[in-house]
Every structure is written in structure tokens, then in C-alpha cells.
Write a protein that binds this ligand. Structure first.
Ligand code: DGT
Ligand code: CA
Ligand code: CA
Ligand code: ZN
Length: 581
């Protein structure tokens, strides 16, 4: 590991060091309590609302004031922050190659199996693991077998992808940091991050910055000074490419002011959208490239994106729609949808508290939802089947609802809905009886267990759940975890048809790692007349921030305010839920 200039470590970088130590200790078969202590330290730091560096710089605060941080951990953090590493990490890395960390994280593996692969097959890199699977050596190991070998190969393709792409939310953090760093040069006149980031794609391959500047050298010098940078890959007169510490590539282009709109259009893409655009230009006797729109030698547009699209007789498409799906068809018909906006959202319908696996109290969650300007929030803690999350049985759930009633008398300006996230059981059926569900204001059904069942089984379970008169919506309908886990097998079209017939809704889970439904499925739901609920699945007050990721995904699916159920007041939404409730 490259030691970093310590004063710049972010909480997630600090947490990662503790997590790496936990993984490496686990790999070596160390005492489980010791492993857990490091893992918990990582988690504590990752979830801190304030930056560790801020706390260390604050003369009135000490790390040990924070719950979960004792003297020992505080000392370790101080060492890490001042030296960039920890002696224990260095010691472990001298014994085990760092590349085994990646193997442990392959879906289907873990520290124990990774250690077995390392000791018995000398597998220490992802490439070696793939080769060993393809040579069918892995299935011969004790406790492995052909099924696990196949699962590892599938896990490897996800791991490959995870090395090439990052979540949009993570890209957004990098973009904000890089943009504010570049503005500080004082030489930036205009700046925009283009590419898949600007289109709001759920994962991003690399970042594409465009800048207008009278002194490109000054901007590029400043870029080279960015703290998160690990390597300059190339630098020319107007273009520079770098790699960040985490491996992400960032391209920076300095473009002429009169071409900024054309460059922004070109580098926002998508490539497929640009190809359609170029052909349209051609058929009008025009030429389009990253410098402008040209009739013969004459440049007729380029300064702004609006101007560029207008020169081709087109509206300035919202970036989220630029995927060469239906946007040109809509534009030709004059029916470009007016996409839903974050400001349109009136409330959240999926949130957890410390009654189950959330970190914050009912009251704090309600107050935080109110602070976001929402009119309502549904508290939907897990039902009892989710033992890992201390899921609620009927009695506990009724206690919580009584607590919500008491809270309602104190807390004005927000409606707290009595909800539940009820599990769809492996054998079918729901985890709570109908008479309990009937008392709830809002019920979301989720499939957390039995995710390896056949498409028929899973689809049947989900459809049966949607037919329950008290279920309002299906949560995270495909169970995917971006860059981590494939969706389970489910016939979404069949599910949507039932939802449409029963007047039920589908959730677009806004968690940045889920974004489930995806953009294409959102569009399909709309076509079938199914309303979408954009919900955060917050497990703490900061979880509500995810709403914007969900809205962005809905926009990519072409959804309008009307297509999204929770742009309505609670009274209107209830009406929409229909006759059955
Ligand atoms: P990513 O980085 O894989 O998440 O996806 P993008 O869309 O950001 O792709 P990237 O970074 O390779 O290129 C940025 C934009 O530049 C892309 O969306 C459209 C434009 N572009 C790149 N290569 C081509 C090309 O060969 N033809 C056309 N028409 N446009 C291109
Ligand atoms: Ca890109
Ligand atoms: Ca690029
Ligand atoms: Zn949930």
C-alpha cells in the first residue's frame, strides 16, 4: 500500500485500513474476537457523521468522546493519520500478498476459502484464481465441488466489473472534490463533468471533465496537485489523463469557449446517442463534432448545448435520456416527457429505525424526514424472519405503532406512517398475518431469503405477495447489488402485469448500491401503467440523502412526476392505492 499524506485521509480511507487488517487477520485464522474488533472499528469510522480529521483538529473534541472509540482505537487512528499506515498492517502485508484481499471479496469466497486456495493451489491473484477455475482444479479442493467453482467464476466476472467501474454516488464524491480543487486554481472560467456521470448512469467507468480557461497550463498544474491523484497518465496542450489512488481514471480537456456546448454534448454521449445525432446532421447537410455544428466551413453553433441541439432542430435532451432509446422518437413527436425532479418528492416510504437494523431512533428519523421538507415518512422496519436484523413480530410491531401514535402528538409538520417491510417467506406467504398487516398504513413486501430459487418459484412468491390485499408495494424488486450481486431470477413482466391489475406499486429503491428497479425496468413499468415509489430504504438519517440517486434513475427511465407515486400528498397517494384498502 502506498502511504498517503496522512493529513488528507478521509474517513472511508481510514476505515478501509481497519477493514483490511480485519480481512488479513481473518485470512490468517487469527482469533475471531480480534478480527471482529478491527472490523467494528472500520464500521464505526465509516459511519461517523464528522470527519476524523476535523475532530482531531478541534481543540474542544477528542476521538474518545465518540461512542465506540476507546483509548486504544483513538491511538491507532492518531498513528494512522500521522504516518499514513499502521505497523500491524505493514506486518501483515509482509506475510501475505495484498492481492489476496481481492480474492476474499469475490462473491462466493471469503477469508477461509481464500486461505485454502492460497495454501493448497498457491492462488494469490484474481488471474490465478480464474485460471485455476478454468483448469477445474478448484472443484477438487475439499469443501468446494463443481457448483462452487462455477459460482466463483460468475463471481469473478462481477469482481472484474467492480475493478473497472464505480457506483455513481462514489463518482459524485470524486467529481465534487476535483471540481472544487480545479476552481481554486483561479484559472477556470467554465467547468462541467460530462460522460456517463452526467447521464446519471448507475455505475461509472471513468470521469470526463471539460474546462474553459485562458491559462490551460495553470489548470493542468493544479490538476496534478490533486491530493487523491496517484499517477499522471498523459499530459498534452489541451488534454490530461490521471489515475486516482483508488484506480479511477479522470480525463480533463481544455476546450475553446465557443466550442464548450459542442464539447459538452459530445463528451456527455452516450456514444450511441451521438451516432444518431451525427446521422441526423448528415441528412440535413450539416456536420457535427466536438467543436461545433458546421454548414460547409461555417460554424453555426457550439457555444451552448441548447444552441447545438437547436441547430439540428432538436430540444436539449436532459442528459439522463441520452441513450438512443426513445428520446429521438419523443422529440420528433414533440412529446419529450417532463422528467420528475427531487423537489417533486413529498415523502419517503421505506425507512428503518433502531427497532431493527437502523442506527437512529424513530423520533430522529421522523425529524430528519421533516427537515428535508417531506410531508410524510413511512417507518418500515423488518419483520421477524429477518433474524439478523432483529426483525419485529406482531407484538413488537404493535408496540412500535403505539410509539408512533405518541410521537405524532409531539411532532408537528410531518405524518409518520405506520409501516412494515414484511418478508416474503421461502415457501411462499408473508411473515406476518393479515390482521396485523391490515392495521398498517403502508406495507412493502421484500424477498430476502430463498434468492437462489428458480425463476418460476420466485415469480410465484412475489406475485402471491402482491395479491395480498394489504401489500402496497414490492421493495427492491430484483434484489441486485451493483458490482456485487446479480439480480435473482424473476419474470418482471409477469410481476408488473399483476401489479397493474391489482393497483400495486413497485419500488425504485434509491440506495446507491441497489437502484433497483433499473432505468429500463422503470420505463417498462410505466408502459404497463404501474406507478413507481422512489424510496430510500434509509437505515439512519443520512440514508435519506439517497432520494436524489433514486430520482436520477427514475429520470433515466423517462418517468414524470405523475409516474412516481410519492410526488403526491399522502391523501392522494392513499386514493391511488385503490379500492382494496
Ligand atoms: P463510462 O466512462 O464507461 O462510464 O461511459 P462514458 O459514456 O462516459 O464513455 P467514455 O468515457 O468512453 O466517453 C465519454 C463520451 O465521449 C461518450 O459518452 C461519448 C463520447 N465518445 C467517446 N468515444 C466515442 C466514439 O467513438 N464515438 C462517438 N460518437 N462518441 C464517443
Ligand atoms: Ca466516462
Ligand atoms: Ca473517458
Ligand atoms: Zn428495507
Amino acid at each position: 500500500m502506498e502511504p498517503r499524506c496522512a493529513c488528507q485521509m478521509t474517513n472511508s480511507e481510514i476505515a478501509a485500513v481497519f477493514e483490511q487488517i480485519a480481512d488479513l487477520l481473518d485470512f490468517q485464522g487469527a482469533n475471531p474476537f480480534r478480527v471482529r474488533a478491527y472490523r467494528n472499528a472500520g464500521r464505526t469510522i465509516r459511519e461517523l457523521p464528522r470527519s476524523v480529521i476535523d475532530i482531531l483538529n478541534d481543540p474542544h473534541q477528542s476521538l474518545t468522546d465518540i461512542e465506540g472509540i476507546g483509548k486504544d482505537l483513538a491511538e491507532k487512528i492518531a498513528t494512522l493519520v500521522s504516518t499514513g499506515t499502521l505497523p500491524l498492517l505493514e506486518e501483515l502485508l509482509a506475510q501475505v500478498p495484498e492481492s489476496v484481499l481481492a480474492i476474499m471479496r469475490v462473491p462466493g469466497l471469503g477469508p477461509k476459502r481464500a486461505a485454502q486456495l492460497y495454501h493448497e493451489l498457491k492462488v494469490s491473484t484474481l488471474e490465478e484464481l480464474r485460471a485455476a477455475c478454468e483448469a477445474h482444479k478448484v472443484q477438487q479442493l475439499k469443501g468446494f465441488g463443481p457448483k462452487i467453482e462455477a459460482a466463483i467464476l460468475q463471481g469473478l466476472s462481477i469482481a472484474d466489473l467492480a475493478q473497472q467501474r464505480i457506483l455513481w454516488a462514489e463518482a459524485d464524491q470524486h467529481v465534487q472534490e476535483i471540481a472544487s480543487h480545479l476552481w481554486k486554481s483561479g484559472a477556470v472560467k467554465q467547468l462541467e463533468a460530462a460522460g456517463s456521470y452526467r447521464r446519471g448512469k448507475d455505475t461509472v467507468g471513468d470521469l470526463d471533465f471539460l474546462v474553459v480557461s485562458q491559462s490551460p497550463e495553470k489548470v493542468m498544474d493544479q490538476f496534478a496537485q490533486f491530493s487523491g491523484l496517484s499517477e499522471v497518465l498523459a499530459r498534452g496542450g489541451t488534454k490530461m489523463s490521471v489515475r486516482l489512488g483508488a484506480g479511477l481514471q479522470v480525463d480533463l480537456r481544455i476546450v475553446p469557449e465557443e466550442s464548450f456546448g459542442a464539447a459538452l454534448q459530445y463528451f456527455t454521449g452516450s456514444k450511441e446517442h451521438n451516432i444518431v445525432l451525427r446521422n441526423r446532421a448528415k441528412s440535413q447537410g450539416l456536420k457535427i463534432n466536438e467543436y461545433g455544428v458546421f454548414r460547409g466551413e461555417q460554424m453555426i453553433a457550439g457555444r451552448t448545448e441548447e444552441e447545438v441541439y437547436a441547430a439540428l432542430g432538436l430540444p436539449c435532451f436532459p442528459p439522463e435520456l441520452r441513450e438512443a432509446r426513445r428520446e429521438f422518437q419523443w422529440a420528433d413527436a414533440g412529446q419529450l416527457p417532463e422528467l420528475v425532479r427531487l423537489e417533486d418528492i413529498r415523502g419517503d416510504l421505506h425507512a428503518h429505525t433502531n427497532w431493527t437494523d437502523g442506527t437512529d431512533s424513530l423520533e430522529d428519523m421522523a425529524a430528519a424526514a421533516k427537515q428535508r421538507g417531506w410531508q410524510y415518512v413511512a417507518i418500515t422496519d423488518h419483520s421477524k424472519r429477518v433474524t439478523m436484523a432483529k426483525g419485529l413480530d406482531a407484538a413488537r410491531l404493535r408496540q412500535q405503532w403505539a410509539e408512533i401514535d405518541r410521537l405524532a402528538q409531539r411532532l408537528k409538520g410531518i405524518t409518520v406512517l405506520k409501516g412494515v417491510e414484511v418478508d416474503i417467506l421461502e415457501r411462499g406467504g408473508l411473515d406476518l398475518p393479515d390482521d396485523v398487516l391490515a392495521e398498517a398504513d403502508w406495507v412493502v413486501a421484500s424477498l430476502h431469503y430463498g434468492q437462489n430459487q428458480s425463476k418460476e418459484q420466485i415469480t410465484r412468491r412475489v406475485i402471491e405477495a402482491l395479491r395480498n390485499p394489504y401489500v402496497c408495494a414490492l421493495a427492491h424488486p430484483t434484489g441486485r447489488m451493483l458490482l456485487r450481486r446479480e439480480p435473482y431470477q424473476i419474470d418482471l413482466e409477469a410481476v408488473m402485469k399483476v401489479a397493474a391489475a391489482e393497483g400495486k406499486m413497485l419500488e425504485l429503491n434509491a440506495h446507491p448500491m441497489r437502484l433497483d428497479l433499473d432505468d429500463v425496468a422503470c420505463a417498462a413499468a410505466k408502459d404497463l401503467g404501474v406507478k413507481i415509489v422512489i424510496a430510500t430504504d434509509a437505515h439512519g438519517i443520512s440514508g435519506f440523502e439517497a432520494m436524489r440517486y433514486g430520482v436520477q434513475q427514475a429520470r433515466r427511465g423517462g418517468l414524470t412526476k405523475d409516474d412516481v407515486a410519492n410526488t403526491r400528498s399522502w391523501a392522494q397517494l392513499k386514493k391511488l392505492l385503490g379500492r382494496k384498502r
